[in-house]
Design a protein around this ligand. Structure first.
Ligand SMILES: Nc1ncnc2c1ncn2[C@@H]1O[C@H](COP(=O)(O)OP(=O)(O)OC[C@H]2O[C@@H]([n+]3cccc(C(=O)O)c3)[C@H](O)[C@@H]2O)[C@@H](O)[C@H]1O
Ligand SMILES: Nc1ncnc2c1ncn2[C@@H]1O[C@H](COP(=O)(O)OP(=O)(O)OP(=O)(O)O)[C@@H](O)[C@H]1O
Ligand SMILES: NC(=O)CC[C@H](N)C(=O)O
Length: 705
């Protein structure tokens, strides 16, 4: 005898507060699962309202609306005869919980609130929800909308509960619970539970997927049993891209894996498993001894009068075989994650397209290539007949049928790039690199100069002050030199917004373009940007990426997107081109900053970690940069911290950027450090004392004393 059953998990592109859309996507997933003969379907964390509601979780409406949607789903014709595990917020006895409703045939079997809330980095669950105490189970009074369903059900159990169906058992754990040292799945496994359902709201970070898959693989390789993982996908209205990747594992082996980056709103993964195999995996004596601990037997179980192993299954059907998990290299993650995020943003904001001020440097080039990547994904989905993408693309193509369109043609419709040069400052190379990139990706390109704008501003200022500022190369002071540079960079921002507002109309369409920013993390931390220049935009797909990773991405795209022009961007010397080019002087970013980009990435990484103050940074780098004299290391740290401190105020105005690492500098949502700093005199004194001892020690070694 075997106990074969089909299990289904899902990844859904939910949108915060889009109750109707979210419900329809959940019902579609349930329909797909049933068509595959599944007996359980798992959905993402808090998927009824969307995971990233943030302070909306404080509104009463959200709780009531979520129950309305539960009632609609569990009484829907397509949602019968299958166990449904749904994510929603719950109010109970004066507290709010992040919870799951487990339902079957129009009845709520129980509610399972989250035990370990996620409160690190950008997660703020403790601001809205209380963690549910382990082991507690009590009665829950169901809302009227459920009481009025045909079952007339008044109450259900709420708490840490497992379920025993007629031929198999299952229990839920929610996202962060998997990431904690004492995960509940260990207890459930010792209690003999065969299927764990993990419903998640987990966002994409570069190089994170292997941590997620390793956690599940190690957990199930040790405990045995099936582990199902469901995750939200897409941009649900904020700075995160949730990266799906729904999984089904059995005892350490991956059976099914959903895509991590795709424009599909609903994806369902299924696997045919034999629950009897789990028993053969769990025969060790040491496990048996632990399973007899009294704590294991306290787990409350709900009896479910339902068979997971459907009689209609073909007895000769093959069990799902193990596969190798798929990981994208980080370069490809940059190409795909931000591209999916900006597609959701574009279709949901109903804007007419994007505009990128293209300078001929790496950062704006990377942003432009991400938009091109979005166009490639859209065209590929159109070719595969994705009706939702076709509808959105049709709107963006001013009503033209997008079937048969190429990525470059679509790019021309939705994407404008603008080179805004200055006659004395801009080189031929940056202008032609920008134009050549635009031609290669197909963007609608504007090549213009801003001399007139800048001169007008300069004339107004000169008139007011009765003073003519000069560049450094013409004998001007530091303040004059800086002001003249900032006239240009801030004028570009004004022109970018003016063009963004009018380009669609001037081309016979309507609406406005969203301006994409392209400030990278390292330059932000150093403050190497002008406040309210093109670093200020509507959204920034590369706001969470370091310069080093961006360069690797451009190298990857050169080959994988067949864009030879990208090689020229990699070879170019980074320059802001804000000072006049003379026979003997060309401005250089690295000379201006006082750091190479590699040094900046290292210093920036230490600042991003939140763990080290100035002293800690010095102590770390004096070891890592052991080939440099300690005083030279100190100078780098001291200068970096000087610029960090005087420029930190700029971070309060950073463009909302996609979080792609466990850090972004933008708008103090992630980085809650202040923006006005003293001069670190205390730290300087301390490090000077340390240096004195180090230098005396080194001199002593050199003298042999
Ligand atoms: N403590 C404080 N709290 C709040 N605001 C403060 C402030 N201190 C200055 N400010 C404000 O900030 C202004 C100064 O900041 P800002 O206007 O940005 O100007 P600032 O930082 O002085 O200069 C811009 C810097 O960015 C560099 N840059 C510009 C453009 C492109 C690139 C490139 O990446 O290639 C580099 C440029 O070389 C220069 O080092 C002040 O005029 C004042 O309004
Ligand atoms: N000549 C230009 N034409 C159009 N946009 C420009 C120009 N110069 C700068 N920008 C815009 O302003 C942003 C900030 O300029 P900055 O010189 O700081 O760029 P950067 O940090 O060197 O990066 P990039 O590699 O994009 O040049 C650029 O990313 C770009 O979007
Ligand atoms: N929603 C959560 O609990 C997130 C948990 C976990 N840190 C993750 O990123 O997947």
């Amino acid at each position: 005898m075997t106990r074969k059953c089909v299990l289904a998990t899902s990844q859904l592109n939910q949108w915060c507060l889009d109750y109707d859309g979210n419900r329809d996507r959940i019902v579609e997933a349930i329909h797909k699962a049933k068509s595959a003969n599944a007996s359980i379907i798992l959905t993402p964390e808090l998927c009824i309202a969307g995971y990233g509601l943030l302070d909306h979780w404080l509104e009463n409406d959200v709780y009531a609306n979520s129950w309305d949607v539960v009632a609609e789903i569990i009484s829907h014709n397509d949602c019968q005869d299958i166990v449904i595990d749904l994510g929603l917020p719950i109010q109970h006895r004066g507290c709010s919980y992040n919870a799951r409703v487990i339902a079957l045939n129009g009845e709520v079997l129980a509610i399972r609130p989250k035990l370990d809330l996620c409160n690190d980095g950008n997660f703020r669950e403790m601001r809205y929800f209380s963690p549910w105490p382990r082991g507690r189970v009590e009665d829950y009074l169901l809302p009227e909308v459920i009481q009025q369903l045909p079952h007339g059900q008044m109450r259900c159990r709420i708490g840490e509960i497992a379920f025993e169906a007629l031929d198999g058992s299952f229990a839920s754990e929610t996202c962060e619970e998997l990431w904690t040292p004492n995960s509940p799945h260990s207890l459930y496994s010792l209690a003999g539970i065969e299927i764990i359902l993990n419903s998640s709201g987990s966002h994409h970070e570069l190089r994170k997927l292997d941590t997620r898959i390793n956690l599940i693989t190690e957990a199930t390789a040790k405990t045995g049993g099936v582990y199902m993982y469901s995750n939200q996908r897409g941009c649900d209205g904020d700075r995160l891209y949730y990266d799906g990747c729904a999984l089904i594992l059995n005892s350490g082996k991956v059976l099914a894996q959903g895509s991590q980056f795709s424009l599909r709103d609903v994806e369902v993964q299924t696997a045919l498993v034999d629950l009897d195999e789990i028993w053969s995996f769990r025969t060790s004596r040491s496990r048996g001894m632990q399973a007899n601990e009294p704590s294991v037997h306290k787990l409350e179980r709900i009896q479910v009068n339902f068979r997971l192993c459907r009689k209609t299954l073909n007895p000769r059907a093959r069990l799902t075989e193990a596969i190798e998990p798929r990981y994208h290299p980080p370069e490809e993650e940059i190409a795909l994650g931000p591209a999916c995020w900006i597609w959701d943003y574009l279709r949901r904001s109903k804007a007419a397209g994007y505009l990128v001020p293209l300078s001929g440097g790496i950062d704006s080039c990377a942003t432009a290539v991400i938009v091109y990547s979005m166009c490639r994904l859209v065209v590929s989905e159109i070719q595969q007949g994705n009706e939702i993408v076709i509808d959105d693309a049709e709107r963006l193509a001013s009503g033209e049928d997008p079937r048969g369109i190429t990525a470059e043609q679509f790019c021309e419709k939705v994407f404008t790039t603008v080179f805004m040069g200055m006659k004395q400052q801009s080189s031929k190379e940056t202008r032609s690199r920008s134009r050549d990139l635009a031609t290669a990706i197909g963007s609608h390109h504007v090549d213009t100069d801003i001399d007139q704008m800048v001169e007008s501003l300069q004339n107004v200022v000169t008139g007011i002050l009765d003073f003519q500022p000069k560049f450094k190369v013409h004998g001007g002071s530091v303040a004059e030199n800086m002001a003249l540079q900032n006239f240009q960079s801030r004028s570009r921002m004004v022109l970018a917004y003016a063009l963004g507002q009018l380009i669609p109309t001037s081309r016979g369409g309507s609406g406005g373009l969203l301006i994409l920013g392209s400030a990278n993390v390292d330059e932000c931390l150093r403050g190497y940007l002008t406040k309210y220049d093109n670093s200020s935009a509507d959204i920034n797909p590369i706001g969470g990426i370091s310069k080093t990773d961006l360069k690797r991405f451009i190298g990857w795209a050169e080959t994988n997107f067949n864009l030879p022009i990208l090689h020229d961007f990699l070879d170019a010397v980074p320059t802001a081109e804000l000072e006049p080019i003379t026979e003997s002087y060309v401005q250089s970013d690295e000379a201006d900053m006082g750091f190479t980009y590699d040094e900046l990435s290292i210093l920036g990484r230490l600042r991003k970690s939140f763990k080290l103050g100035m002293l800690g940074m010095f102590e770390r780098l004096v070891v890592d940069w052991s080939d440099r004299p300690p005083r030279a290391v100190y100078e780098k740290v001291r200068n970096f911290m000087y610029y960090y401190a005087i420029n930190r105020h700029k971070m309060t105005t950073m463009t909302p950027g996609l979080y792609l690492e466990s850090y972004t500098p933008d708008d103090n949502r992630y980085d809650l450090r202040p923006f006005l700093y003293p001069k670190f005199a205390f730290e300087h004194r301390k490090i000077e004392n340390m240096l004195k001892k180090m230098e005396e020690g080194e001199a002593g070694v050199a003298n042999g004393t």
